[in-house]
Write a protein that binds this ligand. Structure first.
Ligand code: MD3
Ligand code: FE
Length: 207
């Protein structure tokens, strides 16, 4: 296990866990408003399969996946309109979490919102659709718990498991920014506020 001091856990170089750092119910109010403008949808893989995770975005750009590939776009392809603006509380949370993890002045321009139900999973992948790899990615987990895994710079190999609970924030920077990672198939559970659902927000500097 990593080094523990205060409420900052270093899992490996560049990967910092802030347990319970986020006020998940306050974030949920913002997610509801975002979903009314840009609803959840299942994106397509390059091979034409639907992903099991449902997504939407907010910020200046949003993450888009279809048979053409994966990228960030200023307009939501579902509505034809701009993505909803990043709520100020999202910006404050993500930049203060990054600051606690050692990244000053993190200013994300996009937040990808992932929605998981029991059975949803995310295979090992790298996040490489962003222009700026010096900026970290800040991840916020809400609702029921999930087992997150990190592999490393190669797709295959020994994995490190991290169980993420409601309110947990993880900052991925430095070497960990390029690591392969994913989420194990979500087990059925119930959260008193969110029900049988998990949300994950990832804050990114995409452009
Ligand atoms: C490590 N989401 O949206 S968040 C994703 O729980 C994604 O929804 C997962 O992976 C989720 O791309 C995991 C943790 C995470 C996010 C980005 C990373 C870990 C990362 C980028 C580089 C390395
Ligand atoms: Fe990812």
């Amino acid at each position: 296990m990593g080094e523990l001091f205060d409420d900052v856990v270093t899992i490996c170089p560049g990967m910092v866990l802030l347990p319970g750092f986020a006020d998940s119910q306050a974030l949920d109010v913002e997610i509801k408003a975002i979903r009314e403008v840009s609803p959840l949808r299942r994106m397509q893989t390059m091979r034409g399969f639907l992903m099991s995770v449902q997504t939407t975005s907010c910020g200046q750009v949003g993450w888009v996946a279809d048979r053409q590939g994966y990228r960030y776009e200023a307009l939501d392809p579902l509505t034809g309109n701009a993505w909803p603006a990043m709520p100020p509380s999202f910006l404050k949370l993500s930049s203060s979490a990054a600051h606690r993890a050692g990244f000053a002045d993190f200013l994300p321009d996009s937040c990808l919102i992932n929605h998981y139900e029991p059975g949803t999973q995310m295979g090992a992948h790298q996040d490489k659709d962003e222009v700026d790899f010096d900026s970290p990615i800040v991840s916020v987990s809400l609702g029921i718990g999930a087992r997150f895994f990190v592999v490393g710079p190669e797709r295959k190999g020994k994995t490190t498991a991290v169980d993420l609970s409601d309110g947990d924030v993880v900052v991925f920077g430095g070497p960990a920014r390029q690591y392969y990672h994913g989420v194990r198939k979500l087990k059925p559970a119930n959260h008193p506020h969110f029900g049988p659902v998990r949300w994950n927000l990832t804050f990114r500097k995409a452009r």
